[in-house]
Ligand binder design. Sequence first.
Ligand SMILES: [Fe+2]
Ligand SMILES: [Fe+2]
Length: 501
Amino acid sequence: MPETAVATSSKASFRERAQPPVETVIQSLLRLPQLVKIHQPNNKLLAGNLDLFRKALLSMWEERRSFSLRAHRGRFYLDSQKIALPSGPVTVSAKKLMDQLEGQGYFGYLFTLKENLTNEDAVGFIRAVNQSAAQEKPGEWLKEKLAGAWAEPLVDPDFKIAVTYREAEGPGGRPLGRPMIINTGTRTLAVKARKSYSRAMAVFTAVENKLREGGAVSLAKSRRVVQEMVESLFMDERLLLNLSTIRDYDDYTCTHSVNVAILSMCLGRRLGLGRAAVATLGLSGLFHDLGKVDIPISLIRKTSRFTPEEYEEVKNHSLYSVARILQIHADHRFKCKLLQAPFEHHLGVDLGGYPNSDLNPPLSLFGRIVAIADHYDALTSSRSYRPVPMNPEQALDIMTSASGKSLDPLLLKVFINMVGIYPIGTLLVMDTKEVAMVAETPPDAIDARPLAYLMDRVGPDIVKGELVNLSDMDQNGKFLRNILRCFHPSDFGISASDILL
Ligand SMILES: [Fe+2]
Ligand SMILES: [Fe+2]
């Protein structure tokens, strides 16, 4: 995730550190409604908790006259800044509070400075929250009840997130140490695709864990989740494709297999495969590196060069994948359809890769497709030995140089056409000195020139600005903007998903 979090923890352990007031507020919002229900205001336990809540609010108001505390996509935000909560009881409370807020249909609270806030004021607010839970529309009821009060519910789903660049310098050498404000809204279809994507990650992680523990694994859940993705893909290819290219780069092991499955399925669909074949291809892609569970984790995470012996061991993962797929409980004939791509994905169309085999070219179609998806995702991800991922342009350059050797030239052309030379989320620096983020590449784009959001500067902030078409020309037929360089958003600590989804 981007480096946008409000720091709430130090390196000290949970016991040792003083709890930041925002964490006390979160825990109080979960705890107090229960305490108020069962205790009189003079009860010691309740009074102690009310004191903590009141003091935490007063301490927050020392820095700002009002602040909002909002749940958004599984995180809490203090105004527009993401709050980094330490793992442990606070995170558990935060998750429970988020579930409660979601159940009641509003998003959090706005707290405005009230001088001399008393415990009675706090009890009044908590009682209103408790009463609202029994109403048909708790958020709207509470909004009306608390209109103009020091604490009000947040009922508007739209809000702004601030993203602070990690690097001191931005694209083109410009100083970018300022927050960028992004308008977000609810996008139902994207949210659905996001859910499929998370489910696929959860299912794959469960398969890996079961295999590591030596447990029996069935194919049923993986088939279901891949089928779900196939349906999404046949409705709108971009939803999942964008999720695989706009990605959070700090969880490689978890996302790589799902991304390879998605990119393979999208390419398969572009090639005209039907639903059933695309689903089989997706499962093949999902399991292409399954054999890595048999490689020591120290090797997988190694940041320096492999010794020759270590490299030989890593190369075995294709064969281990085949062996692991055979262990999965499923119909034998169906399992056989999943084996070729994992076996062939590092072999290369010239058979110059590994494992050594007596195969004759050409490789299977699934093997050639998964190899391309695997290359692209691996190059554009951060890895233990290459923490900064390549930008898509560099990745596609490298893949083009492997065309005809390790990668199939025709399929590669279709793939580049599919992801675009400037995939969604890429940051572009233009000859107009503007910086923009690629939103999409329309089919009629000239020279693959995409649509992109300008990253404007308004006051002290950089904001997501106007959507411009880079194919637009002036009356003399000259392009209004030309791309000078492209960057990976993570170069600047930005998550494209925060901006575009
Ligand atoms: Fe691999
Ligand atoms: Fe891979």
